[in-house]
Design a protein around this ligand. Structure first.
Ligand code: NI
Length: 389
């Protein structure tokens, strides 16, 4: 049971959709053109549509033959604030905005699956096709949930997929447990006392305090975190002073924390506060820690992952379903949906599509060859998991 024939026949059409989205990228919560096209296509295929969920989100409801459970399939629609350095005819026409993460392809694959499912309805129950805004840092999934997504469109399970250029085109990874990290941000403001650079004894140097804090924070990973688990603390900004001969009166350290486990996350947040405040106080200054939790870890549910794996094997062959994939420290807001509903977030190999095989790179481009594969996997998730009785 490889790629669905009628979806394979849509490759040219889907490629045209994808390139159109690519030419007209839109940033978080501004996806009005994209959402408009999505809604219009869904309606033209006889699908019930609700728009403006979580600002620019769209949901289509496809009812199968007879009663059955309900499944949610999700794609993200937003682009990134960066210039494109490709030279294709479908290059971004909006300066400073680019589909550099392949969400144009995700939207297209879910549209392809929706078109096929609406035509064939060879399943029981309901499918909710969920097109979300603002995955790139602005929690569009959460915005849709807060706006009643799962209340108005109940889902027993949810699935999403992301293209993965580092894996060969046509391979799939579905791994149980944590696969992407929680991403938190912090700002530590250190207050000292300004002084002449030549007379440090008259002040309290926040730069020296900050340097101690940067070093000590690393002990939260090496000494506080269970070595079997993992975390990253990166101080990525250290801002202080603006003269060669002036000790400033304050400094600000900022950065990111990545974790897979809520207990590790709790200990790091608490530890960061006690280290920063303790060191600053001990050296005669003060520190205030502003720790902000971002996306939670993306944790795949075991049963649904197993189901997704068997469906994927049906499309790409068991030999192309990868089991050797390591989690990544990147973050993903499908995590909010997986906190609410059991499901799985799959990675779809997309290698060989463009000069750069890294998403968020100015020369990345979605590999159109995988459009029928992704659309088939999404469609088969429905047909295999909710067979018509
Ligand atoms: Ni992405």
């Amino acid at each position: 049971m490889p790629v669905i024939n009628s979806i394979a026949a849509m490759e040219e059409e889907m490629t045209a959709w994808r390139r159109d989205f690519h030419m007209h990228p839109e940033l978080a919560y501004q996806e009005t053109r994209t959402a408009g096209i999505v809604a219009e296509k869904l309606k033209s295929w006889g699908i019930e549509v609700k728009t403006e969920i979580g600002k620019t989100g769209v949901v289509g409801v496809i009812r199968g033959a007879g009663d059955g459970p309900s499944i949610g399939l999700r794609a993200d629609m937003d682009a990134l604030p960066m210039d494109e350095h490709n030279d294709t005819p479908w290059k971004s026409r909006t300066a400073g905005v680019m589909h550099a993460c392949g969400h144009d392809g995700h939207t297209t694959m879910l549209l392809g699956a929706a078109k096929y499912l609406a035509e064939t309805r060879n399943f029981a129950g309901t499918v909710n096709v969920i097109f979300q805004p603002a995955e790139e840092g602005f929690a569009g999934a959460k915005a849709m949930i807060d706006d009643g997504l799962f209340r108005d469109f109940p889902c027993d399970q949810v699935y999403g997929l992301h293209n993965w250029p580092q894996m060969p085109a046509g391979s799939i990874a579905a791994v149980p447990g944590p696969i992407m990290a929680a991403a938190d941000k912090f700002d530590i403001t250190i207050r000292g006392k300004g002084a002449h650079g030549a007379m440090p004894h008259n002040g309290v140097d926040p730069v020296v305090i900050g340097a101690q804090i940067v070093t000590a924070l690393q002990s939260l990973v090496s000494r506080t975190t269970d070595p079997i688990r993992t975390a990253v603390i990166s101080v990525t900004m250290f801002k202080a002073g603006n003269a060669y001969n002036v000790i400033p009166d304050h400094a600000v350290l900022s950065g990111t924390v990545r974790t897979f486990d809520g207990r590790v996350q709790d200990r790091i947040e608490a530890g960061m506060k006690s280290i920063a405040e303790g060191i600053a106080t001990g050296m005669g200054g003060r520190a205030e820690v502003d720790y902000r939790r971002g996306y939670p870890a993306t944790v795949n549910h075991a049963r649904e992952t197993e189901l997704a794996r068997s469906v994927a094997a049906g499309v790409v062959g068991a030999e192309n379903v990868r089991q050797d994939v390591e989690p990544t420290m990147g973050a993903e807001d499908f995590s909010f949906m997986l906190q609410e509903k059991p499901g799985c977030y799959l990675w779809l190999g997309g290698g060989g599509g463009a000069p750069s095989e890294n998403v968020h790179h100015p020369q990345y481009d979605f590999n159109d060859a995988i459009l029928p594969i992704g659309a088939s996997v999404l469609a088969r998730l429905v047909e295999d998991l909710q067979p018509k009785r």
